[in-house]
Design a protein around this ligand. Structure first.
Ligand SMILES: *Cc1c(COP(=O)(O)O)cnc(C)c1O
Length: 398
């Protein structure tokens, strides 16, 4: 006989998923209705408007793809890249590599602009790539590189694409709602995100937005999009505003209730206040880590507040620290990815996980484990004391 599954209560401070607030989980548990029910269509319209707010865009083609962030990535590439195209792809971590893979699977050529892991994309190198490849029709880059914790200058990169009459594809899976994502102000053409990072919703949905220029390119394609499921012309027929909606796929109805609730929470707090909260908790974490001798892997001016890459001190066993955090503190942090495996920890302060409570829990747990292992020797409570000193009086209540 099988029995029901009961997951443990973890504190999620890895690279996603982040802690999902009880309100969002409660929304998920409401009755399922049909994916073409008039009430559900109303919800779809509301979600589109909410997504326009978080993406800071008026793009009519703004919607959640019914699949994780990787599907949002794939949706942007398969719709905007045609066989034979040249695409400039920036790589400064894991996700740029996936962009290259997408470009090549579309039958196009990827011109790579590589930067060191932990550094932002170098705008001058991208300009040089456009000069060397004037036929490039697209620029793709990662705004917030979750594998390294580095942030790139999306405004400058999107502007560069426009100057070179190319469209831009921006991965802001980790950026959205944690740092400003200003799609219209940047002039970005296709931006995709994910629900399980700074939106603190359940995993498995990917918000995307396409500019009118991107839509024009989609409508003027001469090759059919290779993916039936992600062909935006077909998806549009289901998600588009008019009354005659066509069945395309069954939307994850309950997950949409959750997305609506999490977007409502972002609206209630206000985008700018949310960004400020992410910054404050990041500063507290960095101060606390510094007090116990842990260094950050990314230079201060390029750090993502929601994804903190920390150098693992010499001689410390990466896996044993993480497994002790999970076993004793029910706390998940992320391992290093790709070139940074074994070299860094990735501490996420995303969405609902970005709270003083989580900062304190993580710091005291790390301090206790590293002290016990003999890796550090500090007065007990040093990390928390340093973190607390960075907060104003208001924050300590949370
Ligand atoms: C998490 C992430 C993705 C992939 O999202 P999934 O929901 O895991 O498919 C893509 N790009 C970046 C930068 C990410 O952090």
């Amino acid at each position: 006989m099988h029995h029901s599954f009961h997951p443990p209560q973890r504190t999620l401070m890895g690279p996603g998923p982040s802690d999902v607030p009880p309100r969002v989980l409660a929304a998920l548990a409401q009755p399922t209705i049909g994916h073409l029910d008039p009430c559900f269509i109303e919800l779809m319209d509301a979600i589109k408007k909410q997504l326009q707010y978080v993406f800071q865009t008026d793009n009519p083609l703004t919607l959640p793809i019914s699949a994780p962030g990787s599907a949002g990535m794939e949706a942007c590439f398969v719709n905007l890249v045609s066989p034979g195209d040249t695409v400039i792809v920036c790589q400064n971590g894991v996700f740029g590599g996936r962009m290259k893979e997408n470009v090549e699977r579309c039958g196009a050529t990827a011109v790579m602009v590589e930067d060191a892991w932990g550094k932002p994309v170098d705008v001058d190198k991208v300009a040089a790539a456009f000069s060397a490849h004037p036929q490039a029709s697209l620029l793709a880059f990662v705004h917030a590189e979750t594998s390294t914790g580095a942030r790139s200058d999306a405004a400058a990169l999107c502007a560069l694409a426009r100057e070179n009459r190319a469209l831009s594809i921006v991965d802001s899976v980790t950026g959205l709602a944690g740092i400003p994502v200003a799609v219209d102000a940047w002039g970005a053409d296709a931006v995709y995100s994910g629900t399980q990072k700074c939106l603190s919703c359940v995993p498995g949905i990917s918000p995307v937005t396409f500019s009118p220029r991107a839509v024009e390119r989609i409508l003027s394609r001469s090759h059919k999009v290779q993916s039936w499921f992600l062909d935006m012309q077909l998806v549009m027929a289901y998600w588009d505003g008019d009354s005659k909606r066509a069945y395309h796929h069954t939307a994850p109805v309950n997950a949409m209730y959750a997305l609506h609730e999490s977007l409502l929470m972002v609206e209630e707090e206000g985008l700018a206040a949310g960004h400020a909260r992410h910054r404050r908790n990041h500063e507290a974490l960095v101060a606390g880590l510094g007090a116990i001798g842990l260094e950050m892997a990314v230079a201060p001016e390029h750090r993502l507040p929601q994804l903190n890459a920390v150098c693992i001190p010499e001689g410390v066993d990466d896996a044993s620290v993480r497994s002790t955090l999970l076993a004793e503190f029910d706390l998940e942090i992320g391992a290093g990815l790709g070139a940074l495996a074994g070299k860094t920890w990735r501490i996420g302060l995303m969405g609902h996980s970005s709270r003083p409570r989580n900062v304190f829990t993580c710091l005291s747990a790390l301090e206790s484990i590293l002290s016990r292992q003999g890796a550090i020797s500090v007065a007990p409570g040093s990390a928390i004391t340093a973190a607390r000193s960075t907060y104003g009086a208001d924050d300590q209540a949370h």
